[in-house]
Write a new protein. Structure first.
Length: 151
């Protein structure tokens, strides 16, 4: 496998359909596309010989103010790895990459929201240093935790 992680160009956003259903999740896809266009979101994709294997994003401003602080804290959003490529280190590589990108941008903190019943994601993020609990709460999808990582 010859993985490469790079920044997704706005015009390449439709390629994310290789990873998740843009039509079924139309509202989310429209929001992500708008955020990419405005510069509020940067998406990184992992490819192998032109095939998308995964994606992850940084979001710089969110409605929930504890997730982001201008120039200081960004939100790690939408880590997706193709089902057939999970457990191969792609998610870990994407998380490590986004952390390095945030450091290069001069950010000092990253946050993430994780469903409490998503044990693989919790293990991945806590292993990457997202170990400060900002909040444990519940929404329509269930119980979740907001975690922070100092950079």
């Amino acid at each position: 496998m010859r993985m490469q992680i790079k920044t997704l160009a706005v015009e390449d956003f439709p390629r994310c359909a290789e990873l998740w259903d843009l039509k079924k999740q139309r509202t989310l896809a429209e929001r992500f596309y708008s955020e990419l266009q405005s510069g509020n979101r940067v998406t990184y994709v992992c490819e192998d010989e032109g095939v998308l294997l995964g994606e992850i994003s940084l979001v710089f401003k969110m409605e929930e103010s504890d997730y982001t602080i201008a120039g200081k804290r960004a939100y790690v959003s939408h880590l997706v790895v193709k089902k057939e490529h999970r457990r191969k280190g792609i998610g870990k590589a994407l998380v490590e990459y986004v952390i390095e990108q945030a450091k290069q941008m001069g950010l000092r903190e990253l946050t993430i929201g994780v469903d409490l019943d998503n044990y693989p994601a919790l293990k991945l993020y806590t292993g990457a240093g997202f170990d400060r609990v900002l909040l444990i709460d519940e929404d329509k999808q269930g119980r979740y935790v907001k975690l922070m990582k100092p950079l």
